[in-house]
Design a protein around this ligand. Structure first.
Ligand code: GLU
Length: 377
């Protein structure tokens, strides 16, 4: 056991490491097995030192490309599905073989957006990953690309890694990409510097982010950045670092002076129900418009539930237990909550005094914390 790393266990405890396609693939799109083996080696060191690791990996579609070529009559969506169907098995067998060399069992968890939208699915997934960790199995998570198509897809695996980090109460998320972090300009240009630290109240960082995407993955720096900010505001440390550098993961955990962008965590940590709701902004199925009185009550110093008497309009179709966005009459976002009613039932009772609130305050996350963009109609 490495004493230096053992001491860091207190700080890191359980972490998520996300590896993007641009780290795992060669220029021709095939899997870079040597790079994967270096990453596994790094993770094995953490594992042996008692740090729990959850790996979120891309690369299924890329791995499929070197195995099959979809016929011309296969649609774009189907091509991605079948490349992932073939490639995910290949990707996982690589990981299983490589972790196996260190005597570490690894297992696969495939997630879809639905897995996070439904609280029961969410808890099942959480329990499974928890049981894997308890049994010293490294969970390897990817999107289930065979059934996640179009609007059912995550924005990218950066979003998925944030959801997993939050769901599993990890102390930190390390996002590995093919650059050292966020720069103030084009890397290599005169005067361009790596942004080493992003404080929870930092402003104006977006201006430095260029909107190019990686060739083989879906993500870009902007989604990494916005997901990292949201997670850091929940009290999680986030690092964006270069997965093409050897030992980058252990170097970060050891606290070595290596290049990365570090998003410092805000002090507060939320309970898990509120975290689930806060991360569900993109899953919201309905919009609830509230009057001024209700808005003031919700935003006031006392914890208040949202009552139907304060609701003036309801949009969208949702079921009891779904997440709804709450906005004021000017269209400004107030927050998110879990609805206690189906939308039909709620619409019937708009403006009425019902004993059961539409959103109980235990299941309400106000905008200040929720990281929700203003709603535009
Ligand atoms: N899930 C996709 C894959 O494994 C990658 C998604 C992404 O690049 O973010 O191929």
């Amino acid at each position: 056991m490495n004493v230096e790393l053992k001491n860091r266990k207190e700080n890191f405890g359980r972490i998520t490491v996300k590896v993007g396609s641009n780290v795992l693939t060669n220029d021709d799109g095939s899997l870079n097995t040597w790079r994967i083996s270096r990453i596994v080696e790094d993770l094995a060191i953490l594992y042996r030192n008692g740090i729990e690791v959850i790996l979120v990996t891309s690369g299924a579609v890329a791995a499929g490309r070197s195995e099959i070529t979809p016929s011309r009559k296969t649609s774009v969506v189907e091509s991605r599905q079948i490349l992932a169907a073939v490639g995910q098995v290949k990707l996982m067998s690589h990981y299983q073989y490589l972790f196996g060399k260190y005597g570490i069992p690894a297992g696969q968890v495939l997630a879809t957006r639905e897995s996070f939208m439904d609280r029961r699915h969410y808890l099942n997934m959480r329990n499974c990953i928890m049981a894997m960790l308890d049994n010293k199995i490294i969970p390897i998570v990817n999107e289930n690309d065979t059934i996640s198509v179009n609007e059912l897809m995550f924005t990218d695996n950066d979003e998925l890694s944030c959801l997993i980090t939050s769901m599993m109460d990890c102390s930190s998320l390390i996002i590995l990409t093919n650059v050292d972090g966020i720069y103030t300009g084009i890397p290599g240009d005169d005067g361009t510097e790596l942004i080493r630290e992003v404080r929870p109240d930092a402003e104006g960082i977006e201006q430095y982010i260029f909107s190019f995407r990686s060739e083989f993955g879906r993500g870009g720096m902007l989604t990494k950045y916005s997901n990292a900010r949201r997670l850091a505001s929940e009290g999680v440390r986030v690092f964006i670092a270069n997965g093409l550098r050897d030992s980058i993961i252990t170097d970060i955990v050891r606290g070595k002076d290596v290049p990365y962008t570090h998003f410092l965590p805000a002090g507060k940590r939320r309970n898990s129900v509120k975290k689930w709701i806060a991360h569900s902004a993109t899953f919201a199925r309905g919009v609830v418009v509230v009057n001024r009185g209700a808005k003031e009550a919700l935003m006031g110093p006392k914890a208040s539930s949202l009552l139907l008497v304060g609701v003036t309009r309801i949009e969208g179709s949702f079921k009891k237990g779904d997440i709804v966005r709450i906005i004021d009459e000017e269209g400004n976002s107030i927050g998110l909550g879990k609805s206690e009613y189906d939308s039909d039932k709620a619409i019937q009772n708009i403006g009425q005094k019902c004993s059961k609130p539409l959103v109980h305050y235990h299941y309400l996350v106000l905008n200040e914390n929720a990281g929700v963009e203003p709603v535009v109609f």
